[in-house]
Design a protein around this ligand. Structure first.
Ligand SMILES: [Zn+2]
Length: 123
């Protein structure tokens, strides 16, 4: 079967993203927590945290953090994606061997399936 494969240079970009993601999930939680705080801080970061309207921001940060922590099998998927990069087949759907759109890989760099197959497998 002929596969349309992603360029090596493009794979390298995703490899670095996956490695960064893996580092976070492997327990570099403090760095991630810091990032979450920075990302939502913005220009208001100098404001005191006890201000009344800081509540919703804190909730969103906690939500982000628990979301990351709950992704139990994400680490395994990341390992799988890194293996596919090594094999040079990253970016092809494991189910139908079709091309996984980059927009999807940008959102979920460790997904082994195209949108159609992911939906099919979920149902
Ligand atoms: Zn597919």
């Amino acid at each position: 079967m002929v596969k349309r494969l992603m360029k090596k240079a493009d794979m390298k970009v995703y490899k670095e993203r996956l490695l960064a993601l893996r580092a976070r999930l492997r327990g570099d939680v403090s760095a991630m927590a810091e990032k979450a705080l920075r990302d939502t801080g913005g220009e208001s970061s100098t404001m005191p945290l006890h201000m009344a309207d800081a509540g919703s921001d804190n909730f969103e940060q906690e939500f982000t953090l628990s979301l990351m922590a709950n992704e139990g099998d994400t680490l395994q998927r990341i390992e799988g994606a890194l293996e596919r990069i090594e094999d040079g087949v990253y970016g092809s759907c494991e189910e139908c061997a079709g091309v996984i759109p980059k927009t999807r890989l940008n959102a979920i760099p460790y997904t082994p399936f195209c949108v159609r197959c992911a939906e099919k497998l979920q149902s």
